[in-house]
Ligand binder design. Structure first.
Ligand SMILES: [Zn+2]
Length: 285
């Protein structure tokens, strides 16, 4: 008789939440989220491999995200009067404090995205805690304590999930167990989850670092993202879109963001920061 294969990982249990009513009776809602990885992504990848960050060209592509990509993104958000949530690694906050202060001054929400963008499944518990604490300290030194968290590379361990609750985070946005906000339990903790998915992220379509990734016509993700909202409309639910200023902020791609926002506005979507979404979802508890 064969034995069932059991995962050694802690299981994640999920609890669905009732769908809330959206502000101003909007038929469905969206959140625009941006991961401002900048140089931190290649720093974290190098550290995870036990190396010093030395890929200067890759690092410069990250710098572009702040110097050129971010202003383009902000111009479009401003034109549509949309407030977004920016998940920012502590290293990015320390390298670009002026850009972070400007984001906050423009009314956007800042949230935690690790310190050196290290994948939680590649580091021990002590280093996972260090990534969280140093990230909090970096944010606190510039704009204030972040309330929400997103794991670098969306790789979340039960250990980090438990630490999030211990450190007082109000939500996580790294998992894919539903396409509506839900309560997740893992690592002895229970937390509000604002779910994501790779198909709703610009990176799998347009992220290429010289070794891995691909480059497609930006109209492909635009079509997919609009199709996802069409189903969200039928189901009166919410969609989180994820972008990276270094990816979406290239000249020929910014129309993807502009056309998406025009389409969402036309269909009367409610635009919520993740902090807004967390508050509305919690009311349904
Ligand atoms: Zn990231």
């Amino acid at each position: 008789m064969s034995r069932a294969i059991r995962s050694e990982a802690d299981p994640v249990t999920t609890m669905a939440l009732p769908l809330p009513a959206w502000p101003e009776n909007a038929p469905a809602a969206v959140s625009l989220t941006f991961d401002l990885d900048a140089e931190a992504a290649s720093i974290g990848t190098a550290l995870d491999a036990g190396q010093r960050p030395r890929r200067l060209s890759r690092l410069s592509a990250g710098t572009f995200g702040v110097t050129r990509g971010l202003p383009r993104v902000l111009e479009v958000l401003d034109a549509f009067d949309v407030r977004a949530t920016f998940y920012v690694p502590g290293v990015t906050v320390q390298l670009h404090p002026g850009a972070i202060t400007a984001l906050a001054a423009a009314g956007h929400e800042l949230a935690h995205h690790g310190y050196a963008h290290r994948r939680t499944d590649r580091i021990d518990r002590r280093t996972q805690r260090e990534e969280l604490v140093r990230g909090i300290e970096a944010h606190e030194s510039v704009v204030g304590r972040p309330r929400g968290y997103r794991a670098p590379g969306w790789e979340l361990t039960a250990e980090t999930f438990g630490l999030l609750a211990e450190l007082g985070f109000e939500w996580d946005s790294s998992m894919m167990g539903d396409d509506r906000p839900y309560m997740a339990s893992a690592g002895g903790a229970r937390m509000l989850e604002l779910p994501v998915h790779w198909a709703l992220d610009d990176w799998p379509y347009l992220g290429f670092d010289g070794e891995a990734g691909q480059l497609v016509d930006p109209r492909v993700p635009l079509r997919v993202w609009r199709d996802e909202f069409a189903v969200a409309l039928e189901e009166s639910r919410h969609v989180t879109y994820t972008m990276h200023p270094e990816v979406i902020g290239r000249g020929h791609r910014i129309s993807l963001l502009r056309d998406l926002l025009a389409s969402l506005r036309e269909q009367k979507a409610a635009f919520l920061t993740h902090g807004d979404l967390a508050a509305i979802s919690r009311q349904a508890l």
